[in-house]
Design a binder for this molecule. Structure first.
Ligand code: SAM
Ligand code: SF4
Length: 332
């Protein structure tokens, strides 16, 4: 079943006019189309070094209150083995944006290593920011098959307000198109409850995701970081949380077969946030498997959870990649 919703209807649902109906329908539709299982992505935060200066982010390069690190190959391999041994179907390699040849080669090497050690049993997603097409191609050839790059906001005006002048909306869009062209399963997403963001702008974000025909989405509430200049949102945290759940449900209704993550930022606001994201129609969780002594250095926002997630509340599909059904359908 397809839900046809115009922008006014989306705005009214974002305003919370029918939460019980919305959450229930999204869950029912997810279970009917892609099933009720939750898929795991073990998140490995490779490095907090970043060349960018996004106004909202705690690891932006101008924040000198952060101790910078880069995992060694051995540490990444240990984390990947942990994922494999615990039945995680996939890992995500995430980092601040780095564009050196050294970094490109490091990641290429890690991809081959993870492919070999897992004998192809671990799916691999990358979330390493904007790169040249040649780099994306190199990583795809080395075994990465999914890429997450959030557009952050589909409104160019909002994008400009939350980034310095030398960060380009057009480049970000270009990267997303290149990733699709190369053959990746492409994931993008937005932050919810940014300063001066309206529900109309969020409705446009949902329509952007639909029109771009994304395979995966990771979106979550914006959470202030004391060393990041973007500052305070007028939307109370609890309302940002509800808005994020509504965004998940609405996206599920608009795109029934994509993968949608229940993100860590939800858990930062409510201890049961990730469970509630799954109940609102998401189907992916990304437990952090970065070596625990380094997690405090990858602090994107206030109150980011540092401990391991308890998986007992989820109906997990262990040992499965859990690829986006939408991708399979659009590639056939
Ligand atoms: N550097 C890569 C990039 O920007 O695509 C990947 C890592 S970056 C830390 C991952 C995501 O963290 C960003 O896309 C952004 O949406 C999110 N993020 C950063 N600061 C945040 C904040 N203060 N609140 C919520 N999410 C935040
Ligand atoms: Fe760097 Fe990504 Fe943070 Fe922007 S959001 S400062 S690119 S890590």
């Amino acid at each position: 079943m397809r839900f046809l919703m115009d922008k006014d209807k989306i705005i009214s649902l974002l305003d919370g006019t029918a939460d019980d109906w919305l959450f229930g329908e999204a869950l029912r539709l997810r279970n009917q189309t892609i099933g009720d299982k939750v898929y795991l992505r073990g998140l490995i935060e490779l490095s907090n070094r970043c060349r960018k200066n996004c106004f909202y982010c705690g690891i932006r390069c101008d924040n000198h209150n952060v101790e910078r690190y880069e995992l060694t190959k051995e540490q990444v391999v240990t984390a990947a083995k942990y994922a494999l041994e615990h039945g995680y179907g996939s890992v995500v390699l995430q980092a601040g944006e780095q564009q050196s040849n050294r970094f490109t080669d490091f990641v290429t090497d890690l991809l081959s290593e993870i492919k070999e050690l897992s004998q192809g049993k671990l799916g691999i997603t990358l979330s390493l920011g904007e790169q040249s097409e040649a780099t994306y191609e190199k990583w795809f050839a080395a075994g990465a098959h999914r890429y997450l790059l959030r557009i952050e906001s589909s409104s160019e005006d909002v994008y400009k307000r939350i980034h310095p002048e030398d960060h380009s909306f057009a480049t970000r869009l270009g990267c997303l198109s290149s990733l699709k062209e190369i053959g990746y399963q492409v994931g993008t997403g937005v932050m919810i409850g940014l300063p001066e963001q309206t529900t109309e702008s969020l409705a446009d974000d949902l329509l952007f995701l639909k029109n771009f025909d994304v395979d995966m989405c990771g979106m979550g509430p914006y959470i202030e970081h004391p060393d990041a200049p973007l500052g305070k949102s007028q939307t109370p945290l609890e309302e940002r949380f509800r808005l994020a759940l509504r965004m998940i449900s609405l996206l599920r209704l608009l795109m029934p077969t994509i993968n949608i993550a229940s993100t860590t930022a939800l858990q930062a606001i409510n201890p049961l946030g990730r469970e509630m994201g799954i109940a609102a129609g998401a189907n992916i969780i990304m437990p952090n498997i970065t070596p625990s002594f380094l997690r405090a250095n990858y602090k994107l926002y206030n109150n980011k959870p540092l401990s391991d997630i308890d998986l007992s509340g989820f109906d997990v599909a262990y040992n499965e990649w859990g690829d986006s059904r939408h991708y399979a359908l659009r590639s056939n």
